[in-house]
Write a protein that binds this ligand. Structure first.
Ligand code: ZN
Length: 333
């Protein structure tokens, strides 16, 4: 299996986040990617395809905001990471506000997604990594994009949950532009992939299926509930399968079979897996009970669909086991 990675994804190195209502060291660190690299073996550099594929998903104004936000933060006399603190939750409308704090809140929904000096660089190369792994499917059955920072929490014009550009969504749009007609996205990160769901919520040609912790107890709270099934042409093309904290292999496999049945019925011609290793039993910020030995079993079930499959890295924060968990998952293909 070809594995794609660009070292510029290490440039994003935020130091703080607001987590569980407290300022804490950021959990989404360059060391995560290093741990995965150490375990998965040789990687290939992505080809630079420029901003056009990104702009199929993310509006120009949001991209420009991401590019300049940290410079604007520093120009306003601030130091360290840029974090929002006020959000237009009520009567949100498109105001053209200059102050960096107003723009941070306009393009974010939480306070755990800091913008550091290297954030744009890393987000940009994370997308290029996913796009090159997608291209590898022209010759291979499966490819892995070691994307970092992750992408599935950010929507078209907002960041959140450590995510800035949505690599799974950009890859799905690129695949459709290149001739695929029905793309399925299977999100098996511990947390609901709210950004990806939102981007394709009204689309009938992209199926979004997510297995995740019940948002009644876990981030991102407001999305990922079973009654979110899509709208308009996308009605029925979203499937949410929330699971209780403590879920282990047996219950997870039951949900996975349900997810795979739906993907098979959708007659997808491409599968994108948003893979988070934070379903791991000892993940420091999550509460499922999947063990390292379980990951190949899950991957084998997914591989049984027989679809060209792009695996995109999302979360996973147990640094000592992260590499082993990713390698174990990939071995199942
Ligand atoms: Zn996660």
């Amino acid at each position: 299996m070809q594995i794609f990675w660009d070292p510029r994804q290490l440039a994003h190195a935020p130091s703080i986040e607001m987590h569980n209502g407290r300022i804490e060291p950021c959990s989404e660190t360059p060391a995560r990617a290093q741990a995965i690299l150490d375990a998965v073996g040789p990687t290939e550099l992505p080809r630079d395809q420029g901003e056009d594929p990104i702009l199929r998903v993310h509006p120009r104004a949001y991209v420009d905001f991401l590019k300049s936000a940290h410079d604007d933060w520093c120009a306003a006399g601030r130091t360290g990471d840029a974090l929002p603190y006020a959000f237009p939750a009520v009567r949100r409308r498109s105001l053209s506000l200059d102050r960096i704090d107003a723009r941070l809140g306009r393009y974010a929904y939480d306070t755990c997604t800091p913008i550091a000096a290297g954030t744009w660089t890393s987000a940009y190369w994370n997308v290029q990594t996913a796009l090159s792994a997608l291209e590898a499917l022209e010759t291979d059955r499966t490819a892995f994009a070691l994307c970092r920072p992750p992408g599935h929490h950010c929507g078209a014009d907002y960041m959140g949950g450590y995510c800035y550009l949505n690599s799974a969504a950009v890859a799905a749009e690129a695949a459709i532009a290149a001739g695929r007609s029905r793309v399925a996205i299977l999100d098996i990160d511990y947390h609901h992939g709210n950004g990806t769901q939102d981007i394709f919520y009204a689309r009938g040609d992209v199926l979004f299926v997510s297995i995740h912790a019940d948002p009644a107890t876990d981030y991102p709270f407001y999305w990922g509930h079973p009654d979110e099934t899509g709208e308009g042409e996308g009605e029925g093309a979203t499937l949410n399968l929330p699971l209780l904290r403590g879920t282990g292999l047996t219950e997870f496999e039951r949900a996975l079979d349900q997810a795979l049945d739906r993907i098979a019925a959708f007659r997808a011609d491409l599968l994108i897996v948003s893979y988070g290793a934070d379903t791991y039993a000892h993940d420091p910020i999550s509460h499922f009970a999947i063990e390292t030995r379980d990951y190949p079993l899950l991957a084998r079930r997914i591989a049984c669909l027989g679809l060209p499959t792009l695996v995109v890295m999302e979360g996973g924060y147990a640094l000592d086991a992260l590499g082993h968990n990713v390698a174990a998952f990939l071995s199942g293909f």
